[in-house]
Design a protein around this ligand. Structure first.
Ligand SMILES: [Fe+2]
Length: 587
């Protein structure tokens, strides 16, 4: 049985494909269109999933869609048109998902829709490997639900309580994200990264905004929010409550901003802990599954596991709306086959496009890129990369299938030496072109993780933070509060990446690397080899490893780098990124 899952028309659109319940392909649309968080119908991702699975569209048994457009319509009608919609302009179109799936994708078979939070819940439980678990989903908003409490048992998954819009932990976090001068639905990571620099001096104000209620319920004080009718998410009263105006984007970040970020994070963590304890009472289990955009808050996840009532945690690696595609496909499979799609835990997310060395050789030759060919020896390739890492170079690492979800996990990563005290500043300023405060995460060999971190279990997807307990000095990956967000690398899931870290450890005694996503600020993670070359040109990466080929930046003709930058600039100003900037919505 073949089922495709789709999420679209809100946050990041994505497609996945299940063959007899096995997840064989998944990708976000943004990676193909190069438009970050692209919410449009995932035409390219759909085509990729079919090609990667080796089937045609008529071999699909069903397409599953990740939310109910009709139920969402009721909430949109209640909210009213978003700011900027001229009177008389159409702004509601509940038929659009089905119409586009039929007309654009050309699908005339069964189309099954599942509710947004049930899709999130399924995306976690059915891939967790747990036979039974409590399930918590938290995001901005789906149709009406913003938080859901459920239980998975064997093949069955049920949701028994929801918190409804406009009361939303995700929208609270996004509102403060916007207030702190970061982009809503994009800058939430930055607020989480900023929080450890601050003190929790605004906790009382946060508790004015958010009131915990009985059971799983909580409420926002809507006097402080304007997302129901305004063009921004906070109201003037929120600025009064927090003692100052909105921070202008790119302006200086003050201690006050850091204190607000810290206070928000504290209140989020405490609320999630309280609600996790409630969930454990209602659905007693040792296992917790988490999904929804708020489940990408790895600091909160780590705390819920350490201090909460559950012993084991599975966080869906694509916890945001892209992962809804996985959940919808799993629910469709369960409905059609009468059984959950898979019983074993999701081991990796290398589910996107991969490129053969032959294709890469053709591209390098066509562009006249000087490269060293290591097709004859992987060991020689790894030694060449270790030479460069040990010399302090920053490596663009492109290998195997692209990761699904927001984290680069050694398929499309930028790598560096975590012991280098200047590396964090250099990566932020010259490579990622982003704010100096943002920390980097490490990849560590799974068998060595306990020697360097306060971590007693695998953390393959970088979705929880823990304390650094390393005998090594690791300034590039240790946050100001002594924490890190490690990826444990397992040789069975990522053999070449694990071999690289092992080779680095053999040379230096350090079984860790800095691993950050292979992109520059504002762009999606690279997908194809040409994207990697463009990113090399746009950043200060020293060396690019494209599968078996090593490209040293110093050997590249300046004219070629200039051409790649020129092409990318055109894409920014006249290409799809410019054209599609208007398709972004937050509700
Ligand atoms: Fe969601």
């Amino acid at each position: 049985m073949n089922v495709a899952g789709l999420s679209a028309f809100y946050h990041e659109a994505a497609c996945c494909l299940l063959r007899d319940g096995r997840l064989v392909a998944a990708a976000e649309e943004e990676r193909f269109t190069r438009v970050k968080h692209d919410p449009r119908l995932p035409v390219h991702a759909f085509r990729f999933c079919l090609e990667a699975s080796g089937i045609g569209i008529h071999e699909l048994d069903a397409i599953a869609y990740y939310e109910s457009p009709v139920k969402k319509l009721a909430r949109q009608l209640w909210t009213g048109p978003p700011a900027g919609v001229a009177p008389g302009m159409p702004w509601l179109d509940a038929l659009r998902p089905e119409r586009e799936i039929r007309e654009v994708l050309g699908w005339d078979g069964p189309l099954l829709t599942f509710e947004h939070h049930l899709s999130h819940a399924a995306s976690a439980f059915y891939y967790s490997g747990f036979d039974e678990a409590a399930v918590l989903t938290v995001d901005g908003v789906g149709e009406w639900a913003t938080t859901s409490y459920g239980r998975g048992q064997g093949d069955r998954l049920t949701i028994f309580e929801e918190v409804e819009f406009p009361h939303s932990l995700g929208l609270l976090y996004s509102t403060i994200t916007g207030y702190l001068g970061f982009r809503v639905n994009d800058g939430e990571y930055k607020v989480m990264g900023l929080a450890p620099y601050g003190r929790p001096t605004y906790v009382d104000q946060m508790r004015v905004l958010l009131h915990s209620g009985p059971g799983g319920q909580y409420r926002l004080d809507l006097a402080y929010f304007d997302f129901l009718r305004g063009s921004r998410m906070h109201s003037e009263r929120l600025a009064e409550l927090l003692g100052g105006p909105v921070r202008a984007g790119e302006s200086e970040i003050t201690q006050r901003h850091q204190d607000i970020a810290r206070s928000l994070q504290v209140v989020l963590e405490e609320t999630l802990l309280e609600k996790a304890r409630y969930l454990h009472q209602r659905a007693p289990s040792s296992n917790l599954c988490l999904a929804g955009g708020v489940a990408l808050n790895c600091v909160a996840n780590g705390r819920v596991l350490r201090e909460g009532p559950f012993e084991r945690l599975f966080v869906q690696p694509a916890a945001g709306d892209a992962g809804g595609a996985l959940g919808a496909a799993a629910l469709a499979h369960a409905q059609l086959a009468g059984a959950r799609p898979q019983r074993e835990r999701l081991r990796h997310v290398y589910l996107g496009p991969r490129y053969e060395p032959g294709e890469i050789a053709l591209l390098l030759e066509a562009l006249g890129v000087p490269a060293t060919d290591y097709q004859a020896s992987e060991a020689a390739l790894l030694e060449a990369v270790v030479d460069r890492l040990a010399a302090g170079q920053v490596i663009g690492w492109f290998h195997g299938a692209m990761e699904f979800g927001p984290r680069a996990l050694g398929g499309r990563s930028i790598l560096a030496d975590p012991r280098d005290p200047g590396m964090r500043e250099r990566l932020n300023r010259l490579v990622k072109k982003r704010e100096a405060f943002r920390p980097f995460a490490p990849s560590v060999l799974a068998e060595q993780a306990a020697a360097h971190f306060d971590l007693d279990h695998a953390s393959e997807f970088m979705l929880e933070t823990c304390a650094v307990r390393s005998p090594l000095d690791l300034p590039a990956i240790t946050h100001v509060d002594g924490s890190a967000r490690p990826q444990t690398v397992d040789a069975a899931a990522a053999p070449r990446y694990a071999a690289l870290i092992r080779a680095f450890a053999a040379r230096t005694g350090c079984p860790l690397l800095v691993n950050t996503s292979f992109n520059v600020r504002g762009e999606p993670i690279v997908c194809a080899p040409l994207d990697a070359l463009v990113t090399l040109a746009e950043s200060d990466i020293d060396c690019l490893v494209l599968e078996d080929f090593v490209v040293d930046r110093a050997a590249l003709p300046e004219a070629l780098l200039g051409l790649l930058r020129y092409w990318n600039g055109l894409y920014n100003t006249r290409g799809e990124r410019a054209i599609s900037s208007t398709v972004y919505t937050f509700l």
